[in-house]
Design a protein around this ligand. Sequence first.
Ligand SMILES: [Fe+2]
Length: 258
Amino acid sequence: MPRFQQVTLCILYVRNARLFHALHLPAAWILDTHPHADHFSAAQYLKEKTGAPTAIGEQVVAVQRLWKDLYNWPEFAADGSQWDKLFVHGERFKLGALDVCVMFSPGHTLASITYVVGDAAFVHDTLFMPDGGTARADFPGGSAKALWASIQAILALPDDTRLFTGHDYQPGGREPRWESTVAQQKQANAHVVGLDEAAFVASREARDKTLSMPKLILHALQVNIRGGRLPEPESNGRRYLKVPLDALAGAAWAEEPA
Ligand SMILES: [Fe+2]
């Protein structure tokens, strides 16, 4: 099997667990790029199904501290112990025969990391497809300035590096896409080309002011900062989520892209 086909199949697993099981492939790692704001992480579910270890960037601890305060959750261990491995910037590991390098790429969140696997980079919510621009940077702990620096580091990878993005909002109603190259992004990214840092930050922050919060952010973070674990059942056997009121001052709450 070609080397990168194996990686593609690993990604497929998240999208289609049945197909993955049908192919009888072992799972080596369950790799998070950042704590997500718009859906529950499946990391713990996948670990239970596969036995593979979970990992995320070490700065997840800063995200945990931030949300621990927002949820007023004193008993929560904000130490990253909910994952098996916390990667530091520049750390390398093997994925089968492939070499993987971890790049710290904050901005969208405090903890975001990119996985560079051979000639592919899994850039999550930094750059989207060139016509989709870039990810928002206004969640608690987000920073347009940090996002700019992270994007510059990704664009410093070789031009033919294949970039796999975390979301696609299908601008103009086109078909879904998820793969571009560094060269294509340098040539055509709608939020980056022709801008310097100051202009990008101004434009990103202005755009973010027009976006509503993902409607499930307060539900999702309390699960995702626990590595994808649901709350423990209470005495009646039911699980409960905690929803702090007015936690995100000034946020609008219609359904919008994350
Ligand atoms: Fe995200």
